[in-house]
Ligand binder design. Sequence first.
Ligand code: SAM
Ligand code: SF4
Length: 469
Amino acid sequence: MNTRIRHDSRKFNFIANDITNYCNARCVFCPNDWQSPPTSHNMNMELFKKLLQCIPLGYQNSFVFSCQYEPTLHPEFYDYLEMIPDEFKDNCYCFTSNFVKHISDDNLMRIARCNIQYINISLETFDNTLYYDLCAIKNSHLYDNLSRLSGILASVKNAPRLKFTTMILKDNQDELIELYKTAQERYHPFEHEFRTPVFLPPNDKQREDIRGMLLSKTELSALKDTLLSLGDNIFVYDAMDIEYFEYVTNPKTKPSPRKNAHDKYIIFIRPDGSVCSYNEKPVCADLASIDNPAAFFQNVLIEIQTEDALENRIEKYDSSANPYDGRVTISLDDIVIFDKKFLYLTGFCFLPDLSPRNADKILCVSWGSGKKFYKLHGVQRPDSGDAGFWTTINVSDDLAPSIGQTFSFTIILADAYAVELGVMSVINDDAYQFISANTLLQTPQRPLPIMSRIKGRIMKGLSREKPWR
Ligand SMILES: C[S@@+](CC[C@H](N)C(=O)[O-])C[C@H]1O[C@@H](n2cnc3c(N)ncnc32)[C@H](O)[C@@H]1O
Ligand code: SF4
């Protein structure tokens, strides 16, 4: 069977932006450090124009216009919204706001006509006293703004959809069912998300306050079931997996991005133009000093893929023998060549008698007398016992393919099984062909000497102090 190889250009999974770092509220659960806030900035027009050039560098739904602070406080907020061109709408996912500041009908109309898919509004309670306790806001225009907005959105064709986000806290838990129903009746949102605090505030006092507001796992589980039964536009951000729960409830935990949030294809753009990647807090770039942001970030994407490919490469393979029996199924779902340089493989394997997540999976690529090993990353699919896998290979540097050459791909599973995935042949500089084989080469009962002789270690030490710049 021939597997089609797609050619594509790698993009960012998420571009999170903020046009300001002000806020008119002080929510107890807010992850921002309001005791020592950042130097105040509103993104200027010149920077915003550069930012616009970055939007197409993300995938569909990848751009968040405003993320961590309060965008409605920016004096040119509505002008900026109007500057987003029609053709960017698929990419522009949402902006998030507390909607506390009064918004005129004219400006609500400008929101309704902007090229953003969702308006995400924080709605914690309808009880003014509790609202003050939670968010330190006395004279909020939230409900009045919302009433007028929902009417205006309904009157505009292809207007952004309205979404609510509500924090799940001990303090508002008894109100959440009514809150959902009332919000539906009054404002007709498309979606309502309920979530537990995901990020910890940076200062000790606030962290302690939040810990006192968290529901227990049992309480959360019951509440989640009730909420989900209310309607099919409810989404509960189930951040209470074991690892997360321990992380948030342990007083020794220091604030940091979520432990498992490991995605190199994410960037944060701050209102002063500084850019950082999710995993590497130091500033990686300064938008203000970049003349051609599209070209710059295109190179960043190549750099990230190069790093990925290096990390995935294994000089030699060493895994303590872990033989197991059973049927092995491996399939290759997608083969993409990004930017004519990086081969990205995704697929899944099924190992009946071993947690596929724990089994080492190594990709061995052989051609002529050459051979290279790559780490296959794995993740257990929640819906089944299968394990998805993926890896990035630098085709032009690691494999240096030449026309007519063929590469054989073999997956080695926990030192016990070897399955030939298939053979890729290089037709010309741009075209490759992959013929799937899925042939079992080695089993624990029928060991292949060449595989069991492979020893070594995983390549280490590739982290960089200062990326990109
Ligand atoms: C940080 S706020 C910034 C935008 C705006 N100021 C607002 O509150 O809507 C972005 C979203 O994060 C949610 N949020 C606040 N604190 C959070 C926390 N500790 N963990 C996860 N989400 C949080 C808010 O409810 C809001 O929907
Ligand atoms: S409104 Fe948003 S940014 Fe402001 S304090 Fe509350 S959570 Fe934080």
